[in-house]
Design a protein around this ligand. Structure first.
Ligand code: KIV
Ligand code: ZN
Length: 512
C-alpha cells in the first residue's frame, strides 16, 4: 500500500456550508488559487446543482486551476450529474463526486428507499458519471452509521460501476477513533475489489473527534482524507486540513504517511479563509491559532530559548509563520508593494493596485511597520466586490466613562455629502446608528468581530461585519489602527456590498 495520503479539500463546498460562510465567485476563485498553491490534490469547488451561482463558481474555478483535480458534488440524479459535469468538464483533471445515503435511518426517513434500490441508484449514477468524466468518486452518506456489510456491498458495486474513489463519511460526527479505525479495516477486508479504488474518509467534528477519526482511518489504510481549511463546515465543521497535515508531518514514524502539502502555505491559507468567510480562528486553535506557538509560562520560555524543541514540537516557520515578518514601511514604493503582494498570491490589476497602494500609504503613515497580516487586510478589501454608493468622509466620536457616547459623521452618498450625529450604547454603536440614519438603511447586524492583526498597541484592528437586508446577507470588512474607524469602514463596506448584491441578483442567490 502506498504511503501517500491524498488531500481532498472541501473548503469551498462543505466549508461553505458553515452558517454564514457563503462566498461569492471572486472569493472562491481567490481561495481556490491559494489552495492550489498549498498543494491540495483534489479541490471540491461546490455543488453545481444547488444554484446558478454555485454552478458558475465551480465552472470558473475549474477553468482556472492548472494542476489540481477539481470535483463537483452531485446527488445520484442524472440532472445533478449533468450539472456537475457541465461545471467541471474544462478542468485539467475533472471529477464528479456523487453520493447517496446508506444508513438505515437515512434510507427509511429521508430517501424512502430499500437497500436494493439504493444500490441500483448508486450504480446507475456512478456508471453515468463515469461515461461523462471517467473520474468518479462515490460517497456513502452517513456511512459510519450504516450496516457494515451493506456498506461493503455498495462500495463493491460502485467500484464495479467505475468509481475510482469510495468515500466513507462520518456525516454526523458520531464515530470514535477506535471504532472508526475498525470500520475502515473491516471495509478494506470485506470489499473484494477495494484494491481497484482509493478508500477515502470524510469526518465531521460534532464530538470534536474529526481529526482523531481521520488519523485512525489513515492508520487503518484510508488513503484520501476530506478536509477543510480551519475546519470550517456544516455545524461543528469538518476535519481541519492543517491538523491532519501537521500530524502526519510531525509524527512520520507513527503514522508513516505523507501528503503533498506545502506546509509553509498553511498560515496564509488559513488567514485568507477567515478573511473571506469572516469566521475568525479561535486563539487556542491547534496549528493556526494566535496562541499556537506562544509560550506564556516562564519555565517554557526559558526552555524554548535554550532549545526550541524543549516545548515546540513544530517550528512556526514550517506553517509559514514568521516568514518575512517585517517588510514594508512608509518609504516603500509601489513596486516593492506589488512584488510582496505577488509573493503572497495577490496578482492585482493596475487599477486594483492603485487602490491598494493608496490605502497602504494611509496605513503606513500611521503604523511604522507594515507586516504581511496588514498587507493581507489591505489587499483583500479590494477583493470584495462592492458598489461605491457610500463613502466615509469624516468621523468624530466622543466617549469615555462619564459621557454618553456620540458620533458625528459625514457620509458621501452617491456623490453627495450628508452629515448627522447620533448616540449609542458605546462609540461603535453610536457610529453605526449615525451611518445607518444617513444611509437610510435598516440592515440588521448579524455579526460583528474585531481582532488585532498583529501584536503591539499600534496594531491595525480588523473588523468584520455581516449585515442582512431583505433576505440578502453581505460581509463587510475594514482595517485601521483606530478600531472605531475600522468598524465604521467595515459597516460602510457591508452596506456597499448589500447594494452590489441588490444590483446583481445571480450572485445574490449565493447568499441566501
Ligand atoms: O458529510 C457528508 O456526508 C458529505 C457527503 C456529501 C460526502 O458531505
Ligand atoms: Zn460533509
Amino acid at each position: 500500500m502506498s504511503d501517500r495520503v491524498y488531500i481532498f479539500d472541501t473548503t469551498l463546498r462543505d466549508g461553505e456550508q458553515s452558517p454564514g460562510a457563503s462566498m461569492n465567485t471572486a472569493e472562491k476563485m481567490r481561495l481556490a488559487t491559494q489552495l492550489e498553491k498549498l498543494g491540495v490534490d483534489i479541490l471540491e469547488a461546490g455543488f453545481p446543482a444547488a444554484s446558478e451561482g454555485d454552478f458558475e463558481a465551480v465552472k470558473k474555478v475549474a477553468s482556472k486551476l492548472q494542476r489540481t483535480e477539481v470535483a463537483g458534488l452531485a446527488r445520484t440524479s442524472k440532472s445533478d450529474i449533468d450539472k456537475a459535469w457541465g461545471a467541471v468538464q474544462h478542468a485539467v483533471k475533472p471529477k464528479i463526486h456523487t453520493f447517496i445515503a446508506t444508513s438505515d435511518i437515512h434510507m427509511k426517513y429521508k430517501l424512502n428507499m430499500e437497500r436494493d434500490q439504493v444500490i441500483k441508484t448508486a450504480v446507475e449514477a456512478v456508471a453515468y458519471a463515469k461515461s461523462l468524466s471517467g473520474n468518479v468518486e462515490f460517497s456513502a452518506e452517513d456511512g459510519s452509521r450504516s450496516d457494515r456489510d451493506f456498506l461493503c456491498k455498495i462500495f463493491e458495486a460502485a467500484i464495479e460501476a467505475g468509481a475510482s474513489v469510495v468515500n466513507l463519511p462520518d456525516t454526523v460526527g458520531y464515530a470514535v477513533p477506535e471504532e472508526f479505525e475498525e470500520l475502515v479495516k473491516y471495509v478494506i477486508s470485506h470489499t473484494p475489489n477495494i484494491h481497484k479504488a482509493v478508500l477515502s474518509v470524510h469526518c465531521h467534528n460534532d464530538l470534536g473527534l474529526a481529526t482523531a477519526n481521520t488519523l485512525s482511518a489513515v492508520k487503518a489504510g484510508a488513503r484520501q482524507v476530506e478536509v477543510t481549511m480551519n475546519g470550517i463546515g456544516e455545524r461543528a465543521g469538518n476535519t481541519s486540513l492543517e491538523e491532519v497535515v501537521m500530524a502526519l508531518h510531525t509524527r512520520p514514524n507513527y503514522l508513516a504517511s505523507q501528503t503533498n502539502i506545502n506546509t509553509e502555505e498553511i498560515f496564509s491559507t488559513s488567514r485568507l479563509v477567515s478573511m473571506i468567510t469572516g469566521i475568525l480562528v479561535q486563539p487556542n486553535k491547534a496549528i493556526i491559532g494566535a496562541n499556537a506557538f506562544a509560550h506564556e509560562a516562564g519555565i517554557h520560555q526559558d526552555g524554548v530559548l535554550k532549545n526550541p524543541m524543549t516545548y515546540e514540537i513544530m517550528k512556526p516557520e514550517t506553517i509559514g509563520l514568521n516568514r518575512n515578518k517585517m517588510i514594508l514601511g512608509k518609504h516603500s514604493g509601489r513596486h516593492a508593494l506589488k512584488d510582496r503582494l505577488k509573493e503572497m498570491g495577490y496578482d492585482l490589476s493596475d487599477d486594483e493596485m492603485s487602490l491598494v497602494f493608496q490605502k497602504f500609504k494611509k496605513v503606513a503613515d500611521r503604523k511604522k511597520q507594515i507586516l504581511d497580516e496588514d498587507l493581507e487586510a489591505i489587499a483583500s478589501e479590494g477583493l470584495i466586490r462592492t458598489s461605491d454608493i457610500f463613502r466615509l468622509e469624516y468621523l468624530h466620536v466622543t466617549c469615555g466613562s462619564t459621557v454618553l457616547p456620540m458620533a458625528s459623521v459625514k457620509l458621501n452618498v452617491n456623490g453627495r455629502s450628508v452629515q448627522g450625529a447620533d448616540y449609542g450604547n458605546g462609540p461603535i454603536d453610536a457610529a453605526f446608528n449615525t451611518i445607518a440614519k444617513l444611509a437610510g438603511t435598516d440592515a440588521e447586524l448579524l455579526r460583528f468581530s474585531v481582532s488585532a492583526l498583529t501584536g503591539g498597541t499600534d496594531a491595525q484592528g480588523e473588523v468584520t461585519v455581516r449585515l442582512k437586508e431583505n433576505g440578502l446577507i453581505a460581509l463587510g470588512k475594514g482595517a485601521d489602527p483606530d478600531i472605531i474607524t475600522a468598524s465604521s469602514l467595515a459597516y460602510i463596506n457591508g452596506l456597499n456590498r448589500l447594494e452590489y448584491l441588490k444590483a446583481h441578483p445571480v450572485e445574490s442567490a449565493e447568499f441566501r
